[in-house]
Every structure is written in C-alpha cells, then in structure tokens.
Write a protein that binds this ligand. Structure first.
Ligand SMILES: [Zn+2]
Length: 229
C-alpha cells in the first residue's frame, strides 16, 4: 500500500516537473525577444482613391480594410508588431509612407493595393511587386524578392481554393526603392473583374487575405533569421 502511494506521488511529481519544463522555456522565450516591427501600408486614401472597379468599388477602401484586419490579427502576436501608415480615409504622400518606416527602423514594409485593368474585365489574380533590383543594394534586393515570394506563396496557399490566380512576383520602378528595409507591394486582386471585386468587397475574403499576408510576413521573418538577434 505504501509502495503504491509512493508511486502515485512520484508520478505526480514527474507530471508537474514535465509541465514546468515545457512551460518555462516558452515563457522566457517570449519575454526575451521584442516583437519585430512591420509597417503595413493601406494604399491610396483621401483625395487619391486609387482604382475604381466594378460597381464603383474603391481601391482605397479595400486596402484600408485589409490593413486594419491584418493589424487586429497580429494584435497579441509575440513576434510581430504592426504599425499602419493610415487608420482612416486620408491622403498621405508616398514619401511620408516610406519615411515612417525608415524613421521607426521597421524590419519590413508591406504595401497593400488592388489592381485594375479597365480594358478587360476578365483579367484577374494576385501579384506582388518589388522595386527594380538595380535601384537597391544587393542585400535589400534579395530581401525584397524573398519577402514578395513569401507573401505571394501564402496568398496562393490560403486563397488558391477560391480561384485566385498566381501572377507571380515582378520588378517595377516603385517608390519602395526608398525603403531601408525589405519592401513589397501586394496587388490583392483585380477590382475591374466582377467576380474578384465581389469577393474583395466581403469581410471574409478580406480577412483571409489579411491572414495570408500575416503568415507571409512571419514566414519571411522566420526564414531570414531576422529573429535571431
Ligand atoms: Zn494602388
């Protein structure tokens, strides 16, 4: 009888010790690292509506909704802190957007947009743009491309089932060249395509895009070892 009481006590101690070992590293791990700051930009705003799409849909509204959802999703994330370039329908210049990210020393800059192709309502899909590599240092050009591929990949993984077409990653002459950190611009879909516009105008689709972008950001930070420091 005594033997069995002792074994029950030992087993309980084992379980408690195991629980402590499991919990302790997780707590110190979280406390030791400050979350990395990512500036997320809701494209356009105020006097600049961006593209106008099917049924009068405004690009500046779509971009703001997705950016705000992304910030909410990352609210209590120990690894990432999201700062938005705008919280309302107001105009901010491209220089001011990048200046904010540079001033804060952000780890990444991600700009959210929606595409338009008025000549054909059939054109659809998502693409991610980066500044021309010859306008960037080698390190930043590499960072831009890996970040863009990570975002594009997550969009495809999370939204491929919804018929989202993968238009890939492209270089363009963009204001992102002023960013002192890896930067990418995501075209989340064509608001001139009726089917895509209708989806982009719904809460659940915006939420899925926001989740995909957050996962893309976190996958990049993990892969690049940006958290090791
Ligand atoms: Zn735009």
């Amino acid at each position: 009888m005594k033997q069995s009481i002792r074994s029950v006590i030992m087993a309980t101690l084992f379980v408690l010790l195991g629980a402590l070992l499991l919990l302790a590293p997780a707590q110190s791990y979280g406390a030791a690292r400050a979350p990395l700051l990512v500036v997320v930009d809701a494209g356009h705003g105020g006097k600049d509506p961006g593209a106008t799409g099917f049924d009068g849909l405004r690009e500046k509204q779509i971009t703001l909704s997705i950016a705000q959802l992304l910030q909410i999703l990352a609210w209590d994330d120990p690894e990432v802190r999201i700062v938005l370039t705008r919280h309302s329908d107001r105009f901010i210049s491209l220089r001011e957007r990048i200046a904010l990210a540079n001033h804060l020393g952000a780890a990444l800059y991600v700009s959210i947009h929606a595409n338009a192709f008025p000549r054909s309502s059939r054109v659809r899909g998502t693409e991610t743009l980066v500044a021309q590599s010859d306008s960037r240092s080698g390190r930043l050009a590499r960072g831009d491309r890996v970040l863009a591929q990570s975002l594009q990949h997550q969009l495809q993984v999370k939204l491929g089932n919804y018929g989202l077409t993968d238009r890939g990653v492209h270089e363009q002459r963009l204001y992102l060249r002023w960013a002192q950190m890896p930067a990418a611009l995501v075209e989340t879909g064509f608001i001139t395509n009726p089917a895509e516009a209708q989806k982009l105008d719904t809460f659940w689709y915006q939420l899925k895009i926001a989740k995909a972008l957050l996962d893309g950001i976190k996958a990049y930070l993990l892969d690049s070892g940006a958290q090791a420091g």
